[in-house]
Design a protein around this ligand. Structure first.
Ligand code: ATP
Ligand code: MG
Length: 571
């Protein structure tokens, strides 16, 4: 079988499609790699599917080598399992919910903790069968609020998910490290540049987790890393080291009430009072299961609700509505402040205590207070790290360095789940003493289809994609200048068969078209190497071998072409 370009179904586009915002999405549509069926739902065409298969192949090989066992679980999941874990009401609209003809409820699996826990509680009985790690490569469904960027955030996408089960924390730690190393090997083999960051566990929950981020300026995620130690974290979870205390406040400046009738927004207030945002205290009123709380962050900082939850030790946290705010502060929305605030717990971010003279709402319509000193005019019941990190914040780990920020795409996420699911779902085993014990779990995901997009996002130029060799849909294209000319045609076919025999995954561009047009397409597809067979070279018994990434070109004698490509592709 010869893979001929004239027969490859790749409906290329001349122009950038208007719906595509990021480069990987644009190039995959332009190159005819994928086709949209509905928002966040795509068909993989042959070129796209070849790249996807390469990603799958590397993941499967490395997972098998790690000792994990492949399974395939259903995508249709009965609601009862999700009710058992407690996630049925929590997962909200992202969960695709369906009913069968008997009105029984199901969901399309967005992740498989419940199904695997159910499987393992029925299949593993004894400590002798543990630890175990089961994985699958399977389609997931999530009705994302904003499906976008093509394969990057789909509503139907391919994931590799693995789940491990243990009798002890040490055993989990060992497997977690095994998965960490396996993920490093996977992304190394793909030729991707990435960083591993500490992460927030989100709706999957449990304890510690880390994300694998493919570095790309266009990435959705911000990565904070210390310039002195190896601390790296996502925006959601980056801890913030305390600021060094500044010079003592001028305690003689008295708190003063200022009439601010025309300052409706923070910007207007700042302009009116001639202050900077870092002098402001933002006061947010929340409702929790422990009652209302007032959370304080500096005016130039953003509150991080998961951190606030942790500091307060609450599960349920919602911004209070107008009525509650009025009741708590005595003023309409926009005038809350900590001074004189009674009957609510006050929790402050570390940076708030250190503002020398701060400004906040006066708990009175159209009034603000200036010259507020922490400790003199108000005190928080609780202080902690409540906010999102920003560039140049202090590292919480070494206390020496400050944060640099780069951007990335989350392609993998590994979690220590602990007993979050096994407890609720009674996933137990019998130990040496024949006692029932709850299994300890880990889970490990890779966004398989997202990785295809991330690879393009990291590797492209003005002419198109530049595939890392291990992921390329074809590793080399053989392009005769004139596909109808008998000698060129014969030489091209001969080279094709030689490369194929060496397992180099070649493509023969047999299209009867101008050479410029053909080379443009091959470049758009990002095929790493081109062998161009033209009349000038053939006179000397040579062909051109050209590299996509560097543009480097070499004339290679016909009898050395396959050797040359083995050398280039191998190294
Ligand atoms: P995100 O924060 O990007 O929504 P997530 O934390 O919800 O991701 P996980 O539940 O950890 O993701 O899923 C495992 C992996 O699946 C992610 O690391 C990511 O690579 C991939 N993934 C998640 N959601 C999508 C999606 N909508 N489309 C494509 N891939 C996705
Ligand atoms: Mg998500």
């Amino acid at each position: 079988m010869v893979m001929r370009m004239s027969q490859v179904v790749a409906p290329t586009l001349r122009e950038d499609p208007s719906e595509a915002e990021v480069v990987s999405h644009k190039l995959m549509l332009r190159g005819g790699f994928i086709k949209k069926l509905a928002a966040g739902v795509y068909t993989f065409l042959p070129l796209g599917y070849r790249a996807l298969r390469n990603v799958i192949g590397i993941i499967r090989e490395e997972m098998d080598l790690s000792g994990a066992q492949e399974v395939c679980m259903p995508t249709i999941i009965p609601a009862e399992l999700w009710q058992e874990s407690g996630r049925w009401p929590l997962y909200g609209k992202e969960l695709f919910r369906i009913k069968d003809r008997h009105d029984r409820e199901f969901c399309l699996g967005p992740t498989h903790e419940e199904v695997i826990t159910d499987l393992v509680r029925d299949s593993i009985r004894s400590y002798k069968q543990l630890p175990a790690n089961l994985y699958q490569i399977q389609t997931k469904f999530r009705d994302e609020v904003r499906p976008r960027f093509g394969l990057m955030r789909g509503r139907e996408f391919l994931m590799k998910d693995a789940y491990s089960f243990h009798t002890s924390e040490e055993s989990l730690e060992k497997e977690y490290q095994n998965m960490y190393q396996t993920y490093c090997r996977i992304f190394d083999r793909m030729g991707l540049k990435y960083r591993v960051v500490e992460a927030d566990s989100g709706l999957i929950g449990g304890g510690f987790s880390q994300e694998f981020m493919v570095l790309a300026e266009t990435g959705e995620e911000e990565i904070f890393h210390c310039n002195k130690c190896n601390y790296s974290a996502s925006r959601e979870s980056a801890g913030v080291g305390k600021y060094k205390a500044q010079a003592k406040a001028q305690a003689e400046a008295k708190v003063t009430e200022i009439h601010t009738p025309n300052a409706k927004t923070i910007e207007e207030l700042i302009a009116f009072l001639k202050i900077s945002p870092d002098q402001m205290i933002k006061t947010l009123i929340y409702e929790t299961e422990q009652g209302a709380v007032a959370a304080l962050v500096r005016g130039d900082h953003a509150i991080n609700e998961p951190k606030l939850k942790k500091v307060l030790g609450v599960e349920d946290l919602r911004l209070a509505d107008q009525a509650v705010i009025k009741k708590v502060t005595g003023a309409p929305v926009g005038f809350a402040g900590p001074v004189g605030l009674k009957g609510v717990k006050i929790v402050a971010d570390h940076a708030v205590e250190l503002i020398p003279l701060s400004v906040s709402g006066a708990n009175k319509e159209d009034f603000h207070l200036i010259n507020i000193v922490y400790g003199r005019d108000y005190k928080a019941d609780l202080t902690g790290d409540l906010r999102f990190a920003v560039k140049n914040d202090n590292c919480p780990r070494c206390g020496e360095g400050i944060f640099d920020v780069s951007r990335g795409i989350e392609v993998g996420h590994i979690f220590k789940l602990g007993t979050k699911y096994s407890d609720k779902m009674r996933c137990v085993y019998l130990d040496e003493k024949n006692q029932e014990q709850v299994m300890i779990m880990g889970c490990y995901g890779i966004g398989v289809s997202r990785t295809v997009a991330a690879a393009i996002e990291q590797n492209n130029d003005k002419d198109g994609m530049i595939w890392p060799v291990p992921l390329a849909p074809f590793k080399a294209a053989i392009v005769p200048v004139n596909a109808e000319e008998p000698e060129q045609k014969a030489v091209a076919e001969k080279i094709y068969h030689e490369l194929q025999a060496k397992g180099l995954d070649p493509l023969l561009d047999d299209r009867i078209d101008r050479i410029g047009v053909k080379l443009k397409d091959i470049d758009l597809f990002g095929i790493p190497f081109k062998v161009i067979v033209g009349p000038k070279g053939l006179k000397e018994g040579k062909v051109e071998v050209k590299q996509r990434r560097t543009g480097a070109m070499e004339l290679v004698p016909l009898d050395q072409v396959s050797e040359k490509l083995v050398q280039l592709i191998g190294g």
